[in-house]
Design a protein around this ligand. Structure first.
Ligand SMILES: [Zn+2]
Length: 176
């Protein structure tokens, strides 16, 4: 079983910047590497769109996963909103009624069960990496960097590991 893990942003594109200065690209990469380690330990084959703070285009990310023949694609991001009181976890997929939608629901539920933030839900969204990938693909928004308490959590290794464990639990549940 081949899982392609895509840490969002990187290089000149840091993504959202937390109210505490934490950069989304760094959180995404750390959680992705932790997730990959958990999955590899369970016998999954893992590939990443990046393993350092470098830029990769959205098309390039999808191309890598397609060329590798990934079975599932998991993109890791952190959310942001102009309203700092908004918080929680949500997961996107490309189209309703697909395996990707069911995969998103399983992973989002497992993640929320692990990290105990508000469950915003799962939604269809026309995002490049979801549209351009040929396998079931989801994009997980762990929590909000614009929310002070969630930005703090996202800066800690304990919470990052919990995020990885939650997503790992969902992937294992869905693929076995
Ligand atoms: Zn992002």
């Amino acid at each position: 079983m081949k899982i392609f893990i895509d840490p969002g942003h990187g290089g000149s594109n840091p993504g959202a910047i937390g109210v505490n200065g934490v950069a989304e690209a760094e959180v995404n990469l750390d959680v992705s590497l932790r997730l990959g380690e958990l999955l590899a330990g369970r016998g999954y084959d893992i590939e990443y769109s990046r393993v350092a703070n470098n830029a990769v285009s959205l098309q390039g990310r999808a191309d890598m996963a397609n060329a590798w023949g990934a079975d599932y694609y998991v993109s890791i991001h952190c959310n942001s909103n102009p309203d700092p009181s908004i918080g929680g976890t949500e997961t996107f997929y490309y189209r309703e009624g697909t395996t990707a939608q069911r995969f998103a629901e399983t992973v989002n539920t497992a993640l929320v069960n692990q990290i105990n933030l508000r469950n915003i839900g799962t939604f269809a969204r026309n995002l490049a990496v979801l549209r351009l990938t040929k396998m079931p693909a989801i994009l997980v928004e762990l929590a909000f960097l614009s929310n002070p308490s969630e930005a703090y959590l996202l800066s800690t290794s304990e919470f990052r590991q919990n995020c990885a464990v939650g997503i790992f639990n969902g992937i294992v549940q869905f693929t076995s």
